[in-house]
Each structure stands twice: as C-alpha cells, then as structure tokens.
Design a protein around this ligand. Structure first.
Ligand SMILES: C[S@@+](CC[C@H](N)C(=O)[O-])C[C@H]1O[C@@H](n2cnc3c(N)ncnc32)[C@H](O)[C@@H]1O
Length: 248
C-alpha cells in the first residue's frame, strides 16, 4: 500500500509523558468522582472525596488542554515573539540550543536568508520531545525550504563544539531546565557566554529557573531583561531572558 508523502513540518510534542499524564490522571480522578459519593469521616472531620476528585480531575484536564494548545498553536506564536527580540540584519550566525524538531532554528533560518546560517545542537532526547531525532529535524528543515542555511550538530549544551565568539545570536526554548544539576546547567550557560560574539544577543526561554539564567548572565557582564511570554499562547507560562553580551 502506498504511504502519503509528508508535506507539512511536524514540530512534535514537548515532554509527551507530561501531556499523557495530565489526561490520564485527570480522567481517573473524574471517574473516581463519578463512583464515590459517600463522605468519609476522620475523627471529627468529614471529607468529601467526591469534590476532591472532581476538582482535581477538572484542573488536570483543563491543564492538559492548555498544554495541547501550546504544543499545536501557541509555540509558533511564542517562537515569533522570541525571535522578534532581535533586530535582524540577515547575515547573522545563529545557534539554537536544544533545537528539538527545529522550531526556533528554522524560524531563525528564515530571518537570516542565504547570507547567514542557523545551527542547532541537541542530544535528541525522546523524553523531552516526542519523535526527537536528527533525521526528523532535517526533514522539517527540508520541508520549510531552508536546508541551504541550516546545520544540525549532536552535542550537549554543556560542551559545545564551537570556537569562542562564533555566534551573533543564541536562542533556546525549554531546554536548559532539562539539565537537572546546577553545576552542569551553569556549564551550559558558560558555554553560551563563550560562543556568543561580543555585542551578541542571547534569547533564552523557559518555564522555570529563568532567574538563575538571568543572574548568571548578569554576573558575566551581560545587560539582562526578563520578558513574559504571551499569557494565552504559552502553558506552562514561559519567561524569556533577553541578554546582550558586552561589546569587546
Ligand atoms: C522540550 S524540547 C524543546 C525543543 C525546542 N527548543 C522547541 O521549543 O520546540 C527540549 C529539547 O532540549 C533537548 N535537550 C535536553 N537536554 C539537553 C542538553 N543537555 N543539551 C542539548 N539539548 C538538550 C532535548 O533533547 C529536546 O530536544
């Protein structure tokens, strides 16, 4: 049987187990609320398990839908608002740290045109991004028509195979929090500082730890501003650290 050719890029589902668990536990709570009606007595305290399961279930399912909205629609808007923090000339060398299926990498490649270059690094974790693989990202790059100006490299953020001052712009979305221990996360930030050109800009987005990123970059002499991601487009709500490296 002939399979239909893939013609549209697929930017994948971030942390797919989180999305699955929100719906799974949400549905389990709603089911429990449907079958448990009698209150339970613990000493003088009367607990309504029905209400507890009902409201927990509703909250989890609503969060599941908000997460799905980010994955399917919101992240395209978030990508555009992140990339709008840089005034594009068209000849920039751009690095996307933890590029996943190429969301920011390809967005940046479209903004630099053929005079610039967008490089994406990743360790291709399928826990952090559904269907994560260099081949899947390369396919998206080709479908978006930017193969002439994109490079993919398999590397960890904490050990980048690039020379000092290689990039004009460094972007990263939802990557750095996946590095769980602080010293390694700080090594990744040190690498960002090292490979960014003097006067270059780092635009780092995450749902937590952004104060830590900002403090580290400020300590390295960067001028740092923190911006809120769009309230309707990002779930969990994302914060963007926009930081400028001092000119040499
Ligand atoms: C939630 S996904 C986000 C992908 C992409 N930035 C986006 O917004 O669609 C996080 C990505 O970070 C990558 N990642 C996790 N730890 C990493 C590390 N130490 N170095 C490089 N990439 C990493 C994962 O493999 C995954 O592709």
């Amino acid at each position: 049987m002939a399979t239909a050719a893939v013609t549209k890029p697929d930017y994948g589902v971030d942390a797919p187990a989180v999305l699955r668990n929100l719906f799974l536990f949400g549905s389990a709570c709603l089911f429990a609320a449907g079958v448990i009606h009698a209150p339970i007595h613990i000493g003088n305290v009367i607990l309504s398990l029905h209400s507890m399961f009902l409201w927990t279930g509703v909250a989890l399912v609503v969060e599941g839908f908000l997460y799905l909205l980010y994955v399917k629609v919101g992240k395209m808007h978030h990508r555009d608002s992140m990339l709008a923090f840089h005034a594009w000339r068209g000849d920039e060398q751009v690095l996307d740290v933890g590029c996943g299926r190429g969301l920011l990498l390809i967005g940046a490649a479209k903004r630099v045109g053929s005079a610039g270059r967008a490089t994406g690094i990743d360790i291709w974790s399928t826990v952090d991004m559904g269907g994560n693989a260099m081949a899947a990202t390369q396919k998206n790059i080709e479908l978006e028509g930017v193969a002439d100006r994109c490079t993919l490299v398999s590397a960890g953020a904490q050990e980048m195979p690039f020379g000092d001052g290689s990039f004009d712009v460094i972007v990263s979305n939802l990557c750095l929090h996946n590095i769980y221990d602080k010293p390694t996360r700080q090594r990744a930030l040190a690498e960002i500082v090292r490979v960014l050109k003097p006067g270059g800009q780092a635009i780092l987005s995450d749902y937590k730890l952004t104060s830590q990123y900002g403090a580290y970059l400020r300590g390295a002499g960067f001028e740092v501003a923190k911006k809120r991601g769009s309230m309707w487009a990002t779930f969990p709500p994302l914060t963007v650290v926009v930081a400028r490296k001092p000119a040499a």
